[in-house]
Design a protein around this ligand. Structure first.
Ligand SMILES: O=C(O)[C@H](O)COP(=O)(O)O
Ligand SMILES: [Mn+2]
Ligand SMILES: [Mn+2]
Length: 559
């Protein structure tokens, strides 16, 4: 699409008027499932969301939020915030990082690109370090991709390899880190048999070590830096499997929050600090939780923490994590090119836009929504508000999070009449759902519902329209189930808590005094998904969506 104004011009909708304030509300991790005791949403008091459901099928329906509907490799892939908000904002389905990396590994093209060649330059004299999340969650990374990359790098000359492993327990079951580490260790042993000096060098739980996002808590990245780069951590082990098993026995330990450790040799010396002349690859494909580390590894000017020693390395990301910042500069696989997002179209058609969430989800309704692009399209027409999140706590301690503050700021934005679209993410059901604390998640869902109430009331006051949906499931199922759908028990007879997202569909509801009486959900799109939402709210703004967008979910019938 060219840069001329005309190319961006959206056609008027034949029946729907312009000028209504439209609130687009995303409840993070709010899926739809049968009511039962492990469905925190059904147990929680959620009168507002319950009343919206009564508008089915005209004003409430379910849409797909996982697998192919959001550009993931298979129908067994649960949805996540990145792909969910990308689809919501872009109105089309793009092959996502997980899939692009699969393809590049399968074809071998990953090794032909500039990124791999750059790291390969260090193989002769230096060490190749691989830093990332070791699990099969498929949200940020995948262990099978790491194993292929290890093999491929060894075949292409890497003689000394060190893996800096982050344990998961958030996109996969808590405790599964031991099994993933065993699989990794067995592949590293095979490489050692072939004469490659390949080992795990450090580790730690993803939420405590390295994988913070949106600059909520730089200490998390610093803990990782100390272990990975400096070779310093409070715990020293000779064997990574033993490290995980031992550290999991500490009080309140979990895979997500495992303490940082380094692996040492017989003399107690760390086996893999990152040194001048080494190569580093961060093997997560998803951006949000890698950007901070990428900045620490790449930026000369950096004041977020004292790096102590900044090694001269050749660094590449699995993908480029931020296209606008060109971060990192070198990468192994090109990211999806998510262009012509709804946010950009609407702004270029004069729609004044407000976006808001708290820090932990702020980039979801800005960066992910806008196709992994940071910043404004037009500062004069947009305002993005970040409410600072609490840091250094697990959110089951404060399940209300900042739902109220997000709702208040958004309410004020609506009542100010300064905006045509207000969009927001209410994080509670997701962030608290990930802790696996069912009681706290029930409170979290109530808080999210209270937030929706406040926004719907403001929309009522200004005669506007609301659209409420979610990016993927989480809180509606908090237990691991067998194929028959029955809760699974662990060896002690306790239920296995599910901290991850789910494969469930999510609700979408529309309403408000500004919605014309003839507007209703179409019945001919039973498999509609998140990518159909952008055309829907473009219509609610009085525009037709671009012709290559996934079709709108609504129609207007004459009453
Ligand atoms: O990064 C996380 O917190 C989880 O892996 C996925 O959650 P999100 O996709 O909802 O952010
Ligand atoms: Mn999410
Ligand atoms: Mn989540």
């Amino acid at each position: 699409m060219g840069s001329s104004g005309d190319a961006w011009k959206l056609k008027d909708h034949p029946k729907l008027p312009k000028g209504k304030t439209v609130a687009v509300i995303v409840l993070d991790g709010w899926g739809e499932a049968k009511p039962n005791e492990y469905n925190a949403i059904s147990v929680a008091e959620t009168p507002v969301m319950d009343s919206l459901k009564q508008g089915a099928p005209e004003h409430w329906r379910l849409i797909k939020a996982h697998g192919n509907a959001v550009g993931l490799p298979t129908e067994d892939d649960m949805g996540n915030s990145e792909v969910g908000h990308n689809a919501l904002g872009a109105g089309r389905i793009f092959a996502q990082g997980a899939k692009l990396v699969d393809l590049a590994l399968a074809s071998g093209k990953i090794y032909d690109g500039e990124g791999f060649k750059y790291v390969q330059e260090c193989f002769e004299k230096g060490t190749l370090h691989l830093i990332g999340l070791v699990s099969d969650g498929g949200v940020h990374s995948r262990l099978d991709q790491l194993l292929l990359l290890l093999k491929g790098a060894a075949e292409r000359g890497a003689k000394r390899i060190r893996v800096h492993a982050l344990t998961d327990g958030r996109d996969v079951l808590d405790g599964s880190s031991v099994g993933f580490m065993e699989t990794l260790e067995s592949d590293l042993a095979k490489l050692r048999e072939q004469g490659v000096d390949a080992r795990v060098a450090s580790g730690g739980g993803r939420m405590y070590v390295t994988m913070d996002r949106y600059e909520n808590d730089w200490d998390v990245v610093k803990r990782g830096w100390d272990a990975q780069v400096l070779g310093e951590a409070p715990h020293h082990f000779k064997d990574p499997i033993e490290a995980i098993k031992k550290l999991r026995q500490e009080p309140n330990a979990s895979d997500q929050y495992l303490a940082p450790f380094v692996i040492v040799d017989d003399n107690g010396k760390p086996v893999g600090p990152i040194l001048d002349g080494d190569a580093v690859v961060t093997f997560n494909f998803r951006a949000d939780r890698m950007v901070m580390l990428a900045k620490a590894l790449e930026y000369e000017d950096f004041d977020k923490f004292d790096r102590v020693r900044v090694p001269k390395i050749h660094y590449a990301g699995m993908l480029q994590y931020d296209g606008e910042l060109k971060l990192p500069n070198k990468y192994l696989v090109s990211p999806p090119e998510i262009d012509r997002t709804s946010g950009e179209y609407l702004v270029r058609n004069g729609v004044r836009t407000f976006a808001c969430s708290e820090t932990v989800k702020f980039g979801h309704v800005t960066f992910f929504w806008n196709g992994n692009r940071s910043g404004y399209f037009d500062e004069k027409l947009e305002e993005y508000v970040e409410i600072p999140s609490d840091s250094g706590i697990t959110f089951n301690v404060k399940p209300k999070m900042k739902a109220l503050e997000i709702a208040e700021r958004t309410r004020d934005a609506i009542l100010s009449h300064k905006f045509d679209q207000v969009r927001l993410n209410i994080p509670n059901s997701d962030m608290v759902g990930h802790t696996g604390d069912i009681k706290a998640t029930i409170e979290a869902c109530k808080a999210a519902d209270d937030g929706v109430k406040m926004i719907l009331e403001a929309i009522e006051q200004v005669g506007g329209i609301f659209l409420v949906t979610a990016d993927h499931g989480n809180a509606e199922d908090m237990v691991k189930r067998n194929k028959k759908g029955e809760p699974l028990l662990d060896k002690n007879g306790n239920i296995q808590i599910l901290t991850s997202h789910t494969l469930e569909p999510v609700p979408i509801a529309i309403g408000g005094p500004g919605l014309l009486p003839g507007v209703r959900f179409r019945t001919d799109l039973p498999t509609g998904g998140l990518a159909n939402v952008a055309a829907t709210f473009m219509n609610l703004h009085g525009f037709e969506a671009p012709s290559d967008y996934e079709p709108t979910l609504i129609e207007v019938v004459d009453n």
